[in-house]
Write a protein that binds this ligand. Sequence first.
Ligand SMILES: Nc1ncnc2c1ncn2[C@@H]1O[C@H](COP(=O)(O)OP(=O)(O)OP(=O)(O)O)[C@@H](O)[C@H]1O
Length: 244
Amino acid sequence: MIQVEDVYKSFGDFPALAGVSFTVADGRATALLGPNGAGKTTLMRTLVGLLKRDRGAVSIDGVDPDKDPMGARRNVGLLTDQFGLYERLTTREYLEYFGQINRMDKAGIKRRIEEVTELLGLGEFLDRHCKGFSQGQRIKVALARTLLHRPRNLLLDEPTRGLDVMSTRALRRALTKLREDGCSIILATHVMQEVTNLCDDVIVIANGRTVAQDTPLQLCEQTGIANLEDAFVHLVGTEEGIAA
Ligand SMILES: Nc1ncnc2c1ncn2[C@@H]1O[C@H](COP(=O)(O)OP(=O)(O)OP(=O)(O)O)[C@@H](O)[C@H]1O
């Protein structure tokens, strides 16, 4: 479970987060929607303690990431646009390395690598060095790393960018299964189809503030607008940052 209460974070004088509050319960997938620059990535980095918040409270399964960043990270899988692949390692070596960092045992790492390879279709490049990987291959390896230690909470910043249709569907199936297993998932996206296909709830942020949190249906009812994309535009007051 992820609880966020009135979180603020500034870069110099610029308030990137200026009052974000929401809760994501276990077994729920929540879309994080907001125009470019709304604060989505900053929020995700703050939730795992990569950035220290200025004010407010964060709890990830009861752990405050500012007080215990390693404890929080054990409960969280974070995928950002910084994939952080090691080009001299093969995909397998890279995943083994992250399994060790997460204190998994050797047999567990081997078994889990087989599972994520199957899940994300890594087979063709499992034993190739990461140098030169395509965007889609890079994101799949980063996703495999994110899922490897079976975190109970997932923070995914635009996970389907650069993925082909088959991989997008595979990821959607994987996330559906994780949600059924009780994981909390926050998915930052600009793709409305992903929201309607996968997410139970929507959080809308604009200018670093929470504008709304509800189910897609309730957001449409609340705004009196039948279409989620139009309801989102109405809530944030701009058409910036929307993909079809
Ligand atoms: N390290 C930083 N230093 C200064 N400003 C920053 C820094 N990181 C983010 N910002 C600013 O904070 C605001 C929020 O950025 P953030 O990356 O969180 O937005 P976002 O919602 O993820 O946007 P996008 O949809 O474009 O990915 C932006 O105005 C950005 O320029």
